[in-house]
Ligand binder design. Sequence first.
Ligand SMILES: [Zn+2]
Length: 382
Amino acid sequence: MPLSDVLHQDRAHNRLQRAFCAGRIPHAYLFTGPDGVGKEMLANRLAAVLLCTNPQERQPPADVQGALETWRDACGRCVDCELLRAGNHPDFHRIHRTLNKSHPDAQIRSRKAIDLSIDVIRHFLIARIGLRPSQGQSKVFIITEAERLSAGAQNAMLKTLEEPPAHSYLVLLATSADALLETTKSRCQHVSFNTLPAEFIRRHLDDQAGLSQDAATFLAELSQGSLGQAMQFAAYGLHDSVSALLDLLSQAAANPLACGKGLQEAAQELAGALKTQSDDDTGDTNMTRLAQNMILATASTILRDVQRLTVGHRPAALPSNAVISRLAEKTHPEAMRKTIQAVGTAEYQIRRSGNVNLIFDTLGIAIGRGLKPGARTSQPVI
Ligand SMILES: [Zn+2]
């Protein structure tokens, strides 16, 4: 599990290596960036360096940009490295919201783990972080989905963040720092992560997930730089819904309401698949909402390709699809801009728990208008 396994995150690597080199490793890091770009992977490898009995100094890898002189990494062979790799290191703690299911209090166990609660933080972090390391020289706590930390949980952590016990390290992982309290953010070293290049994701899907080149290209574009998201989309077979969505979009001009209804039904079908595959207990409503937003993101990716073609660029997600060409012939970049915007509005309204039937009907009408032959409008492009 070398650090250099985490690709395309040179800025984060540089921050960590400079801290190692200066001998001043912050006790609390906050890693932010989209899901599935390597935050947790890098946090796990950082934990390995901190726990390893015999860390090594090497030449920096050639593909990491930055003026680094040395590169520290775990040895990969000591007992700490072996225990960590086996998932059994006693000083490595992964804190996540569903840990409430392992809490000694039955009442806390019975709750739905929507937030990362104060009870989880008190029992699994605060009560343990002050204890001496039981195996190695450090204790490492990784907090996943830190954006879900309740305000109470964050306040309970303040003292720990302010005066961290010796040898203890925390890494908070969050998609964005916005949801965290200022007092939490200011006590952590913030490292932001990049989205990943589409070509890197496409190759990974090709090699690891055994997808066809067309499916891998589509999902790489759909995932917008998140390998984790792309893998999830692949597992849910989202690329299989593309041809049905192309049919719906082709009919939208003639029958906009059927297009809206069809998108809603596609989301319903996907929600059924998500519910059987997921062990998340945030409820059916959330799964349905997630599926609706996945279908809308898929539609949006197709429409962006249509728009690219209207300005003479090769489609990125479906590079050689005849339906995209036919749709692009009838429409105009400005009409597509408005259509893509309408999909974004629908996603926003779904997140805000709007009336779903109304959202999809309105969206169908907007798509139908955008894909109507001669859809050029008289309004200026903003
Ligand atoms: Zn080691």
